[in-house]
Design a protein around this ligand. Structure first.
Ligand code: MSP
Length: 647
């Protein structure tokens, strides 16, 4: 039998900022796909990494006063920490700044040049820095980048070009002859109608206007276009263009490149054309899922205030709910062709209903009953009836259904099938009523069968849930006394693998049930407080000279009364180092006149007088105000006289 090998990749990520849950989606999906394939007997290579060159990184590094490599090192370390916390088991993490990659990219570029696939000319057009994409005048949408809608900059420079235009026919053939090359199917039309039919232009593949990239080896005024550098990672990581290409020989062509829809164009047009030009086989599949909408958009940068309550640092979420819960929610709710909004509510409801209720309860009920009625030893079944057969058929059907779904990387459907069996098994408890069977001697035989069916159905479900929730699934097998690791589907393809007599233990609940209302409020608080921390200053920076123009003084309130027909205003009489002044202040909703008398406050003493409700106010007192509109007067921390300078 041919050896079963599987090569799955994620995009390599731009280390350009903070990570959010949406950016984790593809990697969690790839990890689940990789684990499923391993259970199915494949030798898997799972590649991820970072895309570290380009103008965008060069600019960001300059803004933070660092050299680009130091700048990305910190962010890459953070990303690796995130993957570790999320139990991502990649085979390799490539960085495009890795020496072997840089050399291999240079070899690739030289080879293309020597084959006449790359030539030198002049580039004139538009460049979108955030997308690192070139556009012609006609491709722009209302003068902006057609991918992200942001400003583009005019660019004119000498450039090397890749003969992309000559590959249009071969690309069309690739799609026609391999209907599964690009998934979901709707993406094929997008590529054909938006890019290939209007005519492919040759692609500018070098830049001279910045330095942070792989130098063109035979013309080092140029750096190689970041997308050529980045796409090549899928083969350089395997050793292509290096000293040892054994992994390349073993795993290429890739079985699937996973990504979100915005970069499908690069993977289904530019990448296959480059490979064709290099006489290398093209990947078997490109899968471009939709976006997880974080707070209203892909990047979680929406200005839509209310939606931001759902944007929470993934590190915080993992610490709070554990990686299994986060992985399950992402995989179950994750987008297929369209986009899916992500909300705190979805997170809480899914943890409560699927994990704490359905799965957690099934485990605790099953193990509790086996402990109670059979002293913690899995009973042997004593013959199956129709009801049992329903569950057995469902459990045995999981494998063939899995096989269909995995071909489309459809992890949500695999999970849905496993959870449907969990729910069916919970219902089976209500239908068979083991507690009633336990009451009579005749019922004991049936009870053995029922409890065996429960435990075995749960063992089988756990194997299909393992790629999403490796920790919880492993804990389930342990609780059921299964000694083997979950490393193959072999023992779950047929019902009956659980050994009667296995030592069953009732462990701690798998997932804690959340108080939905309280949790939603907590999450909202966490989101808002972290966003406040990140909020930039709203007013322009001022110099110390600007500040010194403001005269701040302590003042003691000697009299206070309400201003007639103005429910927000108080009239204060204050003493400022022996001088008396009148002030009008909008604090009447927060302080009564009686409370104010005797207080020492801080006064902006040189503010131009202003007339309010016919009264001249000679200055202003300082207060702090929070987002809910609560006010607090600023007073000196220790007893101070009036008229002291505040600075
Ligand atoms: N560096 C390029 C990829 C080069 S691959 C040769 C890039 N990087 S990226 O960091 O901007 O985005 C990488 C990927 O992150 C997206 O393609 C997608 O897989 C994932 N996602 C980022 N935000 C996401 C969502 N909100 N939702 C789903 N996936 C998201 O593009």
């Amino acid at each position: 039998m041919a050896e079963k090998r599987y090569y799955v990749t994620t995009p390599i990520y731009y280390p350009s900022g903070k990570w959010h849950l949406g950016s984790a989606y593809t990697t969690v999906l790839a990890d689940a796909v990789s684990r499923y394939r391993k259970l199915d007997g494949y030798e898997v290579f799972f590649l991820t990494g970072t895309d570290e060159h380009g103008l965008k990184i060069e600019k960001k590094a300059a803004e933070s006063g660092k050299d680009p490599k130091n700048y990305v090192d910190e962010i890459v370390a953070d990303l690796k920490r995130l993957w570790k916390l999320m139990d991502i088991e990649y085979s390799k993490f490539i960085r495009t700044t890795d020496d072997y990659h840089v050399k291999a990219v240079q070899k690739i570029f030289t080879k293309l040049y020597e084959k006449g696939e790359i030539y030198k000319s002049q580039y004139e057009g538009w460049y979108c820095v955030p997308c690192e994409s070139f556009w012609t005048e006609t491709q722009l949408k209302e003068g902006k980048c057609p991918d992200c809608g942001r400003e583009v900059t005019k660019s004119k420079e000498e450039s090397y070009f890749f003969r992309l235009s000559k590959y249009a026919d071969r690309l069309m053939r690739l799609y026609e002859e391999n209907p599964d090359f690009l998934l979901p199917g709707s993406r094929v039309n997008e590529m054909v109608n938006n890019f290939i039919k209007p005519g492919l232009s040759d692609l500018a593949v070098s830049r001279t206007s910045f330095k942070w990239g792989v130098p063109v080896p035979f013309d080092n005024r140029h750096v190689i276009y970041v997308w050529i550098d980045a796409l090549s990672n899928y083969i350089t990581a395997l050793g292509y263009g290096g000293d040892d290409d054994a992994l390349y020989q073993k795993f290429w062509p890739a079985d699937v490149h996973l990504m979100a829809k915005e970069i499908v164009r690069f993977h289904s047009i530019i990448w296959p054309a480059l490979l064709m030009a290099l006489d290398i086989p093209v990947p078997k599949k490109v899968y471009g899922h939709g976006w997880l909408m974080m707070g209203g958009d892909k990047l979680s940068k929406s200005k839509a205030g209310n939606a931001l309550k759902d944007v929470i640092d993934p590190f915080v979420l993992i610490e709070r709910y554990g990686s299994d819960s986060m992985r399950y929610v992402l995989l179950k709710e994750g987008p297929y062709a369209g986009d899916t909004p992500y909300t705190n509510e979805t997170l809480i409801t899914t943890i409560n209903s699927d994990l704490a209720n359905d799965l957690g309860n099934l485990l605790s009920r099953t193990t509790a009953m086996i402990s109670q009625y059979f002293g913690g030893k899995a009973p042997a079944p004593k013959g199956y009836g129709d009801l049992d057969r329903q569950l057995i058929d469902m459990a045995e059907g999981l494998y063939s259904r899995y096989r269909q779904h995995i071909e489309n990387c459809d992890v949500p459907s695999i999970l849905e099938d496993a959870m449907a069996l969990v729910r069916r098994t919970n219902k089976y408890i209500d239908e068979t009523m083991p507690w009633a069977l336990a009451k009579s001697e005749e019922g004991r035989g049936r009870l053995s069968t029922v409890l065996y069916v429960l435990a075995e159905a749960l063992r089988i479900c756990a194997a299909y849930l393992y790629p999403a929730m490796p920790k919880a699934a492993t804990a389930i097998w342990k609780s059921l006394g299964v000694e083997e690791k979950i490393d193959s589907f072999d023992s779950v393809k047929r019902f009956g693998g659980l050994k009667p007599g296995s030592k069953v233990t009732k462990g701690a609940p798998l997932f804690a049930r959340l108080d939905a209302n309280r949790e939603a409020k907590e999450l909202e608080k966490i989101a808002l407080s972290s966003q406040k921390k990140e909020k930039p200053m709203e007013k322009p920076e001022i110099s110390i000279e600007d500040f010194s123009k403001i005269e701040l003084k302590t003042a003691r309130v000697i009299a206070c009364e309400k201003v007639e027909k103005a429910d927000k205003l108080l009239k204060l009489t204050v003493d400022v180092g022996g001088q008396t002044r009148t002030l009008i202040s909008g604090i009447a909703k927060h302080y009564s006149p009686e409370e104010m008398v005797g207080k020492t406050v801080v006064l902006v003493a040189n503010l131009a007088p202003a007339k309010l409700r016919g009264i001249v106010s000679e200055g202003m007192i300082l207060c702090a105000e929070d987002e809910q509109g609560n006010l607090s007067i600023i007073s000196p921390d220790k007893e101070m006289g009036s008229g002291c300078e505040v600075r």
